[in-house]
Ligand binder design. Structure first.
Ligand code: DLL
Length: 436
């Protein structure tokens, strides 16, 4: 479909590499001159900016970490004078201080372009009405999608998240054609639309969802409930916010905008760079960011890169759906468990029987870990007899045992009984703090 900046989006790879070489050298030089933390790490390695001649030398550069943002809180990693920083955003972690990121005028423009490229690729134009139901504020979701929609000239409804009844009424009254929010919130709105029986009053055709992991099963259900095509957008505050990578109309992986970012996958234990196609931790280097450049930033997201030509004509590398985080790992009765493994088992169960809503609850009773998984039944399966419900519970329990090597108690719970979220869904509840 459309392009916002065809010259860059379809740039031949050799040319893209030359552009990256120049931009990388510039980023390293600016960071070395202005960011103490980076300069110290380079000095420790005996490296000078001139030693980096291009992308082939990327592996020599030191990694950077989320902890750096805490250590240099709030502005210590900025590479420009404060008068040039025009906006900050922040993200709150579950532990410790929140992290603060900054943008110059140029950075804000680049951000809008990254998100705008996605919108143009999906055919969003100045005739569209974009309802942004991501939270506005320090979170990057609301403002990020907002600026992308403005880039393509669409009309924006900056409604932010929350108040679901009002969201749906607004969508109907204002004629929204594009919806942007977290996939779990989209799912919730879809359920409400079904309950109210107002699907035929919606004008929505496109959904842009991200900020948390979601499955293909969830995509199908959202598409069905809202009568749209749903697309995935990825990003993180430290690197930009939404728009670091975006799906195109092919729905076959998210293009990382390589004129602005270099992406690598590494072995999270050894730091070794992995070949394309092997899952590993995503690491990003920014190439054009001014206020807050990042060099080899460890995201902790586990993902696979796809470097094959895409049917849309864009030349930029794609990443698959992030499927887990290195810090998401739960240790239950001594066994490493990733929520993504549980999700994988649940995905094998038919969407006619369960919904994509589930919650993992871990606790410690009498010094032993308890491990429960609540999975919501679909409306149609719920009315089935108790024997089929028990049979499905046993089936899921068995599959989980063979996947994880430990047993969990699986509970099929009533439809709509798991608390819905207006932002990112909370999939894991760990009550063990202080009991270990
Ligand atoms: O979630 C930025 C964003 C806003 C992305 C709106 C997309 C849409 P943070 O709050 O810093 O930033 O959280 C970043 O969320 O490291 C991933 O673990 C996760 N994440 C973001 N997008 C996706 C996605 C925003 N599409 C963290 N699929 C990241 C899976 C995602 N996980």
């Amino acid at each position: 479909m459309g392009f916002l900046n065809r010259e860059y989006e379809c740039m031949p790879r050799e040319e893209l590499k030359k552009l990256q070489d120049e931009r990388l050298k510039d980023t390293v030089r600016r960071s070395y001159e202005n960011v103490e933390c980076f300069r110290k790490r380079m000095d420790e390695k005996g490296l000078k900016p001139e030693d980096i001649r291009g992308v082939e030398d990327l592996h020599l550069l030191p990694f950077s970490y989320k902890q750096d943002l805490r250590d240099y809180y709030p502005y210590g990693l900025f590479a420009v004078p404060m008068k040039d920083v025009k906006r900050v955003h922040a993200s709150s972690g579950t532990t410790g201080k929140r992290i603060v990121v900054g943008y110059t005028e140029e950075d804000l423009d680049m951000w809008g372009e990254c998100v705008g490229r996605m919108m143009a690729s999906l055919g969003v134009t100045d005739e569209d009405i974009v309802q942004v139901s991501f939270g506005y504020g320090l979170f990057t979701g609301g403002f990020g999608l907002h600026s992308g929609a403005e880039k393509v000239g669409a009309m924006v409804i900056p409604i932010s998240s929350g108040n679901t009844a009002n969201q749906i009424q607004t969508m109907i009254d204002f004629g929204a054609t594009v919806l942007c929010c977290t996939p779990s919130y989209a799912m919730y709105m879809g359920e409400e639309v079904e309950r109210l029986g107002v699907k035929d009053q919606l004008k929505l055709r496109i959904g842009i969802f991200g900020a948390e992991p979601w499955s293909e099963n969830m995509r199908r259900q959202i598409e069905e409930k809202l009568g749209i095509r749903a697309y995935d957008i990825y990003g993180l505050s430290e690197v930009l916010g939404p728009g670091v990578s975006c799906e195109c109309e092919a729905q076959a992986g998210m293009h990382v905008w390589e004129d602005h970012f270099i992406v690598e996958t590494i072995n999270p234990e050894t730091g070794e760079v992995l070949p394309e196609g092997e899952p590993g931790e995503l690491v990003f280097t920014s190439l054009t960011k001014q206020a807050f450049p990042v060099i080899r930033y460890r995201t902790r997201d586990i993902c696979t890169l796809i470097n094959k030509p895409c049917s849309c004509g864009r030349t930029h590398i794609r990443m698959g759906k992030p499927n887990g985080r290195t810090d998401d790992m739960l240790i239950i009765r001594g066994v490493n468990v990733f929520p993504s493994q549980i999700e994988e088992v649940l995905l094998r169960v038919s969407g006619d029987q369960i919904t994509p809503n589930y919650q993992i609850v871990v606790d410690r009773v009498n010094n032993v870990d308890t491990f429960d998984i609540n999975v919501e039944m679909s409306e149609s399966f719920f009315s089935d007899d108790i024997k089929s419900i028990e049979k499905l519970e046993r089936n899921i329990t068995e599959q989980l045992r063979s996947m994880l090597g430990i047993s969990a108690k699986v509970h099929l719970v009533n439809p709509k009984s798991i608390v819905r979220s207006e932002g990112k869904a909370k999939r894991v509840i760990d009550h063990r703090a202080g009991k270990i």
